[in-house]
Write a protein that binds this ligand. Structure first.
Ligand SMILES: [Mg+2]
Length: 224
């Protein structure tokens, strides 16, 4: 766990989902591969051929952009698949419950955090599969709202999903008669610095980088 900053007036957590609230290599792979297989099917090429095209494109992109990674959505876009189409594939093809199960340790940890803080998720998956993921691990009730790829049609690390998360947290706090919430009151938790932490820190939030869900189990010890 790497703690970058913990806000002095902490009121809310913004969690990434994939490889943060669960750690599962097979599911992480499937999230990408189900779309690549669908792309292959529609192009009339083999799955292996499509996997090769994606790998080659990513290698070329990194070489031309100082090692930067390109999202799968933008890779498929380069092959002529609109973002709306790949969002739809993710909605239809992802079945988190085939890979993930209830996580009692995480449920207990989020129960502790929820007593003092509001919780929200920001993810680059559409809201529907993200919700199914939270349901599969048993933590859906802790997150009344998810900001997903189809909320603002912008993927992290864009500003919009994080701004939307802060707005929604603030609205829900006000509805419950609490003070509004601003970026300075939020703590972002995720497994990828560039996607989940860098921009929140620039916005004035706190940030904690985790290597997987095992480190999320320990978070209350760092903040309470
Ligand atoms: Mg992640």
């Amino acid at each position: 766990m790497k703690i970058y900053k913990i806000p002095s007036d902490l009121r809310a957590f913004i969690f990434d989902i994939d490889s943060t609230l669960y750690t599962n290599q097979a599911y992480a792979f499937e999230q990408v591969d189900c779309q690549v297989r669908q792309f292959a099917k529609e192009r009339g090429i083999s799955a292996d051929e499509a996997r090769r095209m994606v790998a080659d494109y990513r290698k070329k992109f990194a070489a031309e952009h100082e090692g930067s990674k390109v999202s799968l959505g933008n890779t498929l876009l380069a092959f002529g698949v609109p973002i709306e189409q790949s969002v739809q594939w993710r909605r239809e093809l992802l079945e988190p419950a085939d890979f993930l199960g209830r996580d009692e340790t995480l449920i207990a940890e989020l129960g502790i955090l929820q007593e003092k803080y509001q919780l929200i998720c920001v993810t680059n998956n559409p809201v529907l599969p993200a919700r199914k993921t939270l349901e599969a691990i048993g933590v859906s009730d802790f997150f009344p709202e998810i900001v997903g790829l189809d909320t603002c049609f912008k993927s992290k690390p864009a500003l919009e999903p994080f701004e939307t998360a802060v707005e929604r947290l603030s609205k829900s706090a006000c509805e419950r008669g609490l003070e509004g919430i601003s970026a300075e009151n939020c703590l972002a938790v995720g497994d990828r610095y560039d996607m989940d932490i860098k921009l929140p820190l620039e916005m004035g939030m706190g940030g904690i980088l985790v290597s997987g869900v095992e480190e999320v189990y320990q978070i209350h010890k760092s903040v309470l």
